[in-house]
Design a protein around this ligand. Sequence first.
Ligand code: ADP
Length: 276
Amino acid sequence: MSKKNTFSPPQLSAEELSKALYEVTQKLEQSNRLLQETQQQKDLLFANISHDLRSPVTAIRTSIEYLLSLENITREELTASLELMQRRSIYLEHLINDVFLLSSISANTKKLHMETIPISFLLEEFFFTVSEDTRFEQRNLYLEVPEDFDCFVSIDTKMFWRVLDNLFTNALKYSNENASITLGAIKENSRVHIFVTDTGIGMEEKHLQKIFDTSYMIEDARTPSSSTGTGLGLAIVKATMESFHGNVWCESQVNKGSTFHITLPLVSPPHGYRQA
Ligand code: ADP
């Protein structure tokens, strides 16, 4: 015996129907705004990247043309031109890698290897690695992680390491000899709050939101000439933290220093985990 489909749509009053339509319209408008914002961000990234690509490519082409125009060339001239081309090529390589990474995180196509790990182990390991790194020899490094800090988080360890590395490299880049750099963590309700504080040159309040935008660099004079920074570092930090359901923000005072804060949601320890 075949069963008759007896489904009939719920009857809505005119008032309920208009309320439901209003809610749907609001949601559509919100999605539309979000799409427009994403498109604008993409356009901005594209415009900035095209601009950033142009100057190293021009420098390399000019050097090649100069070399080709010479009938005789000394060893010194050749070395100077090749070194310039090498520096510009390294910058280009960084830029291309960063653009690729940022767009893959933003488009959710980056394959993340999420693991549940005790964050204190990772922070200690990172701090130990940095302490051994000769680049940080002229800075005072401090680790402020409470004892028995038993907090689990779900992250892609390699990507999170990159976040810490980026914040530490900036702390080094924007501070002078004998400055202090502190890596710390505290537990706050259902989140872990990690901070990287430096006693460096700091930033004015007006920059604090924008530094997480793609290609935002505060005037060039502040950045060491040897820097291969692409201005994408903090945009990658933000996109990475968002992919872990985390946050990042910065507090800073000119000539006093900066603190970069990141938070991550706490998760339960893996099944069978026992504290040592
Ligand atoms: P970059 O690769 O140029 O360092 P980032 O995205 O990492 O780009 O940083 C953006 C800008 O934020 C930098 O150009 C710099 O001016 C500023 N900045 C980042 N970290 C610090 C810091 N710890 N102290 C002072 N300024 C900083």
